[in-house]
Write a protein that binds this ligand. Structure first.
Ligand SMILES: Cc1cc2nc3c(=O)[nH]c(=O)nc-3n(C[C@H](O)[C@H](O)[C@H](O)COP(=O)(O)O)c2cc1C
Length: 364
């Protein structure tokens, strides 16, 4: 069923402006087809951050920014869904056009700039579905015009703790000027102190909601040392590696589109994001799990991310090119690998290649 709908809809969606196609996809998911849920292979189950994931394949932030369709996505086979980025007060984001496809490269460039319906609207939706279960995290970010960005994150932790499975603290979007400055050691230290303090205050009411930080793939290794150091000192629950890149890899073919400002994602991001994931894994030394994101478009790519250090993975851009059938395809690819090599869980493979990857030349 998913395959049929996909093959009918995708050529049409590809003819539309990318942002209109995205809105249409969200509308369609509001009325999802009847899909019989098949249970996931038990070997795909992952326990991380105190949560039990039925499978390791998550929907990355940015697809369902306003929490309109998390349950439809869970029904279509994702093991977890990250909604957002949500900002405290509604904001429009950058002027259109702000979303571009690189068809030859199977990449996407976006400079949406945190278009958000704001915390109140998203809270209403998440509260209405909270009793349904399923792992739904929220990605939080500061308003562009905010005079106290750290206070924005604190407020969002307080708002959403009772209704979400985890937080992803987004300090890595390239499209809000100055946001990535929050990754700098000193600022990050006070951000994490206040965020973890807010989480602790909310725990009486909401339990202990895991806090993850989502980083950019464009960091120097020195900056990564500092971030991992701060994350470990403040005992965050995990890191997401990572967001879109401001780099433009040498091999890109869609050269005209590649000149658009914004963050690049999809296949051209895979090598860089996987390298930074492996670099993060070796620095974290097992203190907490990592979610690997960036350019996953097959079971093989998902496996490579896991072997580079990811306990869980997320994807977005490849869905534009391959449709939702990619989700079951990745899951069966992973199952097959585990079966063939006699592994009981994905945990057996996490980080197996990390050290070797860090010895390779830096991706061009
Ligand atoms: C159109 C678009 C919008 C995105 N919006 C967000 C966002 O709001 N917050 C965020 O943390 N990441 C956002 N991302 C980044 C993705 O979550 C992901 O980190 C990145 O795209 C790499 O994964 P991919 O190559 O599978 O797309 C967005 C990506 C795309 C393509």
């Amino acid at each position: 069923m998913i395959g049929l709908l996909d093959s009918l809809a995708r050529p049409m969606l590809r003819m539309l402006d990318p942002e209109d196609a995205h809105r249409l996809a969200i509308h369609a998911l509001r009325f999802p087809p009847f899909v019989k849920l098949t249970a996931d292979d038990p070997r795909l189950a992952v326990r991380a951050f105190g949560l039990n994931f039925p499978n390791p394949v998550g929907m990355a932030a940015g697809f369902d920014k306003h929490a309109e369709v998390p349950d439809a996505l869970l029904k279509l086979g994702f093991g977890f869904v990250e909604v957002g980025t949500v900002t405290p007060v509604p904001q429009a984001g950058n002027p259109r056009p702000r979303l571009f496809r690189l068809n030859h490269d199977q990449g996407v460039i976006n400079r949406l700039g945190f278009n958000s319906e704001g915390a109140d609207a998203v809270l209403r939706r998440l509260a209405a579905r909270a009793s349904r279960g399923g792992i739904v995290g929220v990605n939080i970010g500061a308003n562009k015009e905010s005079t106290d960005r750290i206070a924005d994150y604190v407020r969002l932790i307080e708002t959403f703790a009772p209704v979400v499975s985890y937080f992803s603290v987004n300090i890595s979007s390239p499209n809000t000027p100055g946001l990535r400055e929050l990754q700098r050691a000193k600022v990050l230290d006070s951000l994490l102190a206040r965020v973890m303090d807010a989480r602790a205050r909310m725990s009486r009411e909401a339990g202990t909601t895991p806090v993850l930080i989502k980083i950019a793939p464009d960091l120097t290794l020195g900056e990564l040392d500092d971030i991992v150091g701060a994350a470990r000192r403040h005992r965050v629950d995990g890191m997401i590696v990572g967001n879109t890149t401001v780099a433009r890899p040498e091999a890109l073919r869609d050269l005209a589109v590649a000149q658009e400002a914004g963050g690049l994602s999809g296949r051209p991001l895979f090598a860089l994001a996987t390298r930074v994931l492996a670099e993060t894994y070796v620095r974290v030394e097992g203190a907490f799990p990592l979610i690997g994101v960036g350019g996953i478009d097959s079971g093989q790519a998902a496996l490579a991310k896991i072997r580079a250090g990811a306990s869980l993975i997320q994807l977005y851009s490849a869905l534009v090119f391959h449709g939702l059938r990619l989700v079951p395809a990745i899951k069966s690819g992973l199952s097959e690998t585990l079966r063939r090599h006699g592994h009981e869980t994905i945990g057996d493979l996490v980080g197996a290649d990390a050290a070797a990857i860090t010895a390779e030349p830096w991706p061009a």
